[in-house]
Ligand binder design. Sequence first.
Ligand code: GUN
Ligand code: FE
Length: 456
Amino acid sequence: MTIVTTTIRGTLLSTPTSEVLDVREDHVVTVGDDGRIVSVEPAEINHAPVDIHLDRGTVLLPGLIDLHVHAPQWPQLGTGLDLPLDEWLFRYTFPLEARCADLGFANSIWSALVPALLARGTTTAVYYGSIHEPATVALAEACVRHRQRAYVGRVAMDHPQGTPAFYRDPSASEAVAASARSIEAIRALDSPLVQPIITPRFIPACTDALLEGLGELATASGALVQTHCSENDWEHGYVLDRFGVSDSVALSRFGLARDHSVLAHGCLLSDDDLTLLSRLGAGVAHCPLSNVYFGNAVFPLRRALERGLRVGLGSDIAGGAEPGMLAVCAHSVNVSRMLDDGVDQRLGSERRGVADSAIDATTAFWLATVGGAEVLGLEAGRFEPGQWFDAFTVTTIDETDRHNLDLVGTRLGIWPDLDDWPRRFEKIVRRATPADIGHVWVGGQAVSGGRALSGG
Ligand code: GUN
Ligand code: FE
């Protein structure tokens, strides 16, 4: 029998569908010893003793899911975005990732990165490690230690042209064996929070033998798969030249585009690709900021959702220079608006953009919660009995209250007479920073990274 271990009372904001903001004022959430939600009821019905009573300016939100993080790239976040993807990889990124052969260096990155993401409300992250087994398993251990829900993959890459000699698996068979061992090692941690994920970097970095071997490993192990897919013109064109088909078709032939595969970017996906991936149950990690630099085009998000494709959001650290998923939500709205309107003022307004492409803050937040959970097959993102209690709080200040004068300009300000719940929610999505985030829970437990600004 489930025993209730935590009871939280306050206002809940969530997006159960891509169109609906659900506001539940003065509700009580009870959480069981298994880390899942037991009940969500109005306070006037549930009179259980309350452990944490959120004050009036504080709201509870479902935890954010980052579907695409390159963990070893954390030290270069915010730099090096002057080059196109292929040159960026060889000039900056492969040399940095190669340094994770040094387990001490890798651990110094993991110790900074995981708490930084938790402090931003990222309760689930889907990580690329490096090609190194010890560093990758240490990343999984860091997630267990800090209590972040995570999928952690050893990066597989063996192609003699698509990778540098100093950062390459020695052969396809050794790469498959190393990935298989890393799956075993991560499963041996026996954490309900952390799972392995099979990670061929992308088609240009992998030989046919490696792609085939990892497809077989996916079937044999039951682990999920992640890779990059139709990211930009260069990568998409390379795959067309090599296989005569799109990434989606090629990945499906290798058994890598499958139920709950996480395919990053997808900027160049055709309508046929969207339909194929939707039928296979694969999902896209939409990385709006990274795509500005590397993608050559804006991912057709609304078209994908209309075709029933699973879609969530990714930061793509460090191709995207923003680690917080609320900011990534805002970027997804921004790029959708630019796609909708178009960007070349020399074209008439009727020819400039792609009509019906815009999304709003509600859809963006849904992508970062329920959308991401559906890509992964994870029971999270909604405040409903049975869902994991992965959540965080945001505290706003009343800018008209003179007691807050010290905080004005540094914290998220609300104008009580003007800001109804939909406006407060929009402000949170577009403007909240780590300074506004208080508690963070994963699987029912308060985690490191969250600061108790708002407890009662
Ligand atoms: N494609 C292959 N590797 C990478 C990477 O590290 N970042 C991005 N954005 N695309 C990739
Ligand atoms: Fe990426």
